[in-house]
Every structure is written in structure tokens, then in C-alpha cells.
Design a protein around this ligand. Sequence first.
Ligand SMILES: Nc1ncnc2c1ncn2[C@@H]1O[C@H](COP(=O)(O)OP(=O)(O)O)[C@@H](O)[C@H]1O
Ligand SMILES: [Mg+2]
Length: 222
Amino acid sequence: METKLIIVGGTKGGPGKSTVAQQVAAGLQLKRGQKVHITDIDIQQTTTSWCEERRNNKNLDLIAFSYIENDIVKHLQSLNGRYEYIVVDAGGFDSEIQREAMLIADIVLLPLRPKRRDLKSLRDLDTVLESVKSSNPEVQIRAVLNQCPSLPSQVSRILSSKDIIESFGIKCAPTNIYTRNVYDDAEEAGRSIFEMKGKDRDKKAESEIEELVDYLMSLEVQ
Ligand SMILES: Nc1ncnc2c1ncn2[C@@H]1O[C@H](COP(=O)(O)OP(=O)(O)O)[C@@H](O)[C@H]1O
Ligand SMILES: [Mg+2]
């Protein structure tokens, strides 16, 4: 089994790394039938708690997971061949462990809000990404805009954010993730957005995550 390694990272706290990592992992496993492992390397362990909640709920599909503080390369290599995808939720700062994981990643996914503070973090990220690219030239680095405002009057904000990101030589995923309560509600309940029922379901959220998942899956054939 060929294993693809996706690092969901960046240097900042709050743009939605854990949310994106969780929902992408769930989309890959529940919607695309991929065998997925989640590795949390953030000391806050947001995603570890989410995975533990899932494990304690018999109605939810188990997604394999681990929390790792060091020896990340050894850990990831030990999982190699056992999963189709490993999704890593990285911490909100430029840590050694995040760099090490990026050095062997197939895809680095950077959630960013269309906000100045997030876009400014690209300046610090730039040097990190340059060194990652020089040692791992095959890596596919993509930004994904998260927590986008859905008001039509804010569309230009999203477009100009994309321009700024691309001015750093970073491609953006074509799918934007919008601010939707379901992301918060699902995380709170230890669920993915695909496991919300009745009026709690949000089909637009489901479509955007599925689109992002398909895009990430398509990257590997290039
Ligand atoms: N698209 C979104 N819509 C609504 N809330 C979101 C969205 N993405 C993230 N959030 C919320 O924002 C907060 C921070 O997200 P989180 O994934 O923990 O960020 P990070 O891991 O980058 O620090 C959480 O409360 C999360 O539920
Ligand atoms: Mg997090």
C-alpha cells in the first residue's frame, strides 16, 4: 500500500489547522474509503481529544490516531505501507517537529484566513518552506482559505488574499472553506461534519470538504 503523507501546518494558531486536518481525514476515510491515520504533533492535542471522543462513541467510525512529541520521522516511517493517507495536525508555531514532518511530506496544506494577520505569517513561513522545498523538491505545497466570510460584499477580500498568497509562490486550493457553525458544532461533538444528523447537517460544508479532499487526492497523479 502506498502511503501519502499530508501535513496540515503553518506558523500561526487559530486559522483552522485542526479543523481542516480532522475534516479532511474524515472525508478521506468516510467519503472516499481510504485507510487513514491521524498523527497529532501539537502539544495542545486538540485532534487527539477529538479522536479519543470518537473512539469512545460506538456510533462513529474509528479513525486510527496517535500523538507524537518526538521522533516524528521514525513514527511516520513505522506507519508507512499500512495506511493510504497519514494526516498530520501540526502545532501553531514553527517547531522542529513540524519541519521534520514537512521534509518527508507529499503534501503540505496551509489553512489561512483571509485576514492580514494570517497573511503576514507567510513572511515567516516563506523561509521554512524554501528550506523544505530544497530538501524535498517533490513536495506539493498548497494554501487553503478557511473561515471565509460568505457575504457577497466580502468576495474581493477572498480574491485579494489569494493574490497575496500566490505572490509568495504558494498555490491555493481552488476550494475555499467558509465560516459555518457546523465546523464548530461537529468538533465539539467529536464528530466529522459528515456525521451530523437532521437539521444539524450542512450540505454546503460537506461539499466543500469533499471538493478539497478530491483536490488533494488529485495532486498525487501529477
Ligand atoms: N470554517 C470554519 N467555520 C467556523 N468555525 C471554524 C472554521 N474553521 C475553524 N473554526 C473554529 O475556529 C477555532 C480554531 O480552529 P482550529 O482548527 O482549532 O485552529 P488551529 O488548529 O489552527 O489553531 C475552533 O473553534 C474551530 O471550531
Ligand atoms: Mg490546532
